[in-house]
Design a protein around this ligand. Structure first.
Ligand SMILES: Cc1cc2nc3c(=O)[nH]c(=O)nc-3n(C[C@H](O)[C@H](O)[C@H](O)COP(=O)(O)OP(=O)(O)OC[C@H]3O[C@@H](n4cnc5c(N)ncnc54)[C@H](O)[C@@H]3O)c2cc1C
Length: 381
């Protein structure tokens, strides 16, 4: 069967779904292709933090991208709610980035300085001040960087809201449809082949998370994305344990609706399975207890794991392939794909219209920046 459209998007995680939404909103006829269920991978495992400041210890292109994306959430939450009825659970109650040692305290002061110089809000709070806001926080906490503008959403709801809103704007969403290959002809992308049909279009966006590299090899493009497994668990308490997110090295606690607290996340590079291990949960629980001791009295809810798509320099690949016109890549968002999904969708919609965002340092995200890397060429990842 032959299908024609303006753009095919490969991958129904938060990134592909955001791209489908933003393109559909600009009147493009798009098809979103997901080989399993929508948001069945990293995008539903995520804690949903919008940690544009808590995750960024240095100034640089990722910080710029993150700030731009975080600012898009309030309007986006309204638009998605209106279009599809899903509340993405946007909460803007700030984050405490915790110092347990004097070294961490010194480091947090440096981060506060650079972020305030960049025009963001961040302030130091002593342990006592933190405990005045969050009474369950342990006496081991020396203090924290308080970030009023870092918030959170429900990651699975955000992904589904993007896809459902895209559908309401005319996008075709296909689950259980795996893209087997790209159609590449005379320097142009001409479409994709799935297990059941051929889709013809002059724009294809590869947004397949950690699996993107395999498809892109067909185009001679080296995007050595690798998985970093993360395990999480959640508990429920009658009285919510915390009001704002508590973010620390190796562990965070995120308050969710209904007295739930989400605790994440382990980090295991090059781990390809999504099994939850006792070791992972025990490690997280030890770290969480040090931050909020009362967690041990909460009721167990569930545990899960996901694969973060990481790149050699920690930056996503965003843009068009120089040798194949119309072949775009939006993958490798590592720990921040939920946060970066709105700006990624907006950029991809711009690409489809031949526009460029003059304000962002897009060179840093160039899709071929690792193609000539000798280590990558030798196949060492
Ligand atoms: C434990 C954990 C906690 C996290 N917490 C946060 C957080 O708090 N904040 C934040 O911003 N980020 C967080 N992240 C990171 C975030 O989840 C990811 O960066 C983001 O989900 C990546 O989205 P994606 O759409 O690129 O990938 P995915 O969600 O992995 O989606 C890719 C999709 O492509 C599909 N696919 C692959 N190959 C094909 C093919 N050939 N044809 C069709 N479909 C295909 C897959 O089935 C998959 O559904 C966390 C991640 C983990 C694992």
């Amino acid at each position: 069967m032959r299908v024609d459209c303006d753009a095919a998007i490969i991958g129904g995680g938060v990134i592909g779904s955001s791209i489908a939404y933003h393109m559909a909103k600009r009147g493009k006829k798009v098809i979103l292709l997901e080989r399993e269920r929508l948001a069945g991978q990293a995008s539903s495992a995520a804690a949903g933090m919008l940690a544009a400041q808590a995750e960024m210890n240095e100034a640089g292109p990722l910080f710029e991208l993150a700030r731009r994306s975080r600012a898009m959430f309030p309007e986006l939450a309204e638009d998605l709610k209106q279009l599809c009825g899903i509340d993405i659970g946007l909460v803007q109650k700030g984050m405490f980035k915790i110092a347990l040692t004097s070294e961490e305290e010194t480091e947090l002061h440096r981060i506060i300085d650079f972020q305030c110089a960049a025009g963001e809000k961040a302030e130091w709070m002593s342990g006592e001040e933190v405990r005045r806001h969050e009474i369950e926080v342990s006496g081991d906490v020396r203090g924290a960087m308080f970030i009023p503008d870092d918030g959170q959403v429900s990651a699975p709801d955000l992904s589904l809201a993007f896809a459902k809103s895209a559908a309401s704007l005319g996008a075709q969403i296909r689950e259980f449809t795996e893209v087997k290959s790209l159609i590449l002809e005379k320097g142009n992308v001409a479409g994709v082949m799935t297990q059941e049909d051929t889709i013809y279009c002059d724009r294809v966006v590869v947004a397949s998370g950690f699996w993107s590299g395999r498809l892109l090899e067909q185009a001679g493009c080296k995007t050595p994305i690798y998985p970093v497994k993360g395990e999480c668990f959640s508990v429920i308490s009658e009285v919510p344990l915390i009001r704002s997110t508590i973010f620390s090295h190796g562990c965070y606690l995120v308050p969710k609706k209904g007295g739930r607290t989400l605790i994440g996340a382990t980090m295991k590079e090059h781990s390809y399975d999504r099994k939850v291990t006792l070791e992972g949960i025990a490690t997280l629980l030890e770290r969480a207890k040090r931050l909020v001791p009362g967690i041990v009295h909460a009721e167990w809810e569930k545990a899960w794991a996901g694969l973060r798509p990481q790149t050699p320099d920690g930056l996503p690949y965003l843009g068009e392939h120089s040798k194949w016109k119309g072949l775009f890549i939006a993958a490798g968002h590592y720990r921040n794909g939920i946060l970066l999904s709105p700006i990624t969708g907006k950029l991809a919609a711009d690409w489809a219209e031949g526009k460029e965002d003059g304000k962002l340092p897009m060179k840093a995200f160039a899709v071929e920046r690792h193609s000539d890397d000798p280590i990558v060429k030798a196949g060492v990842k």
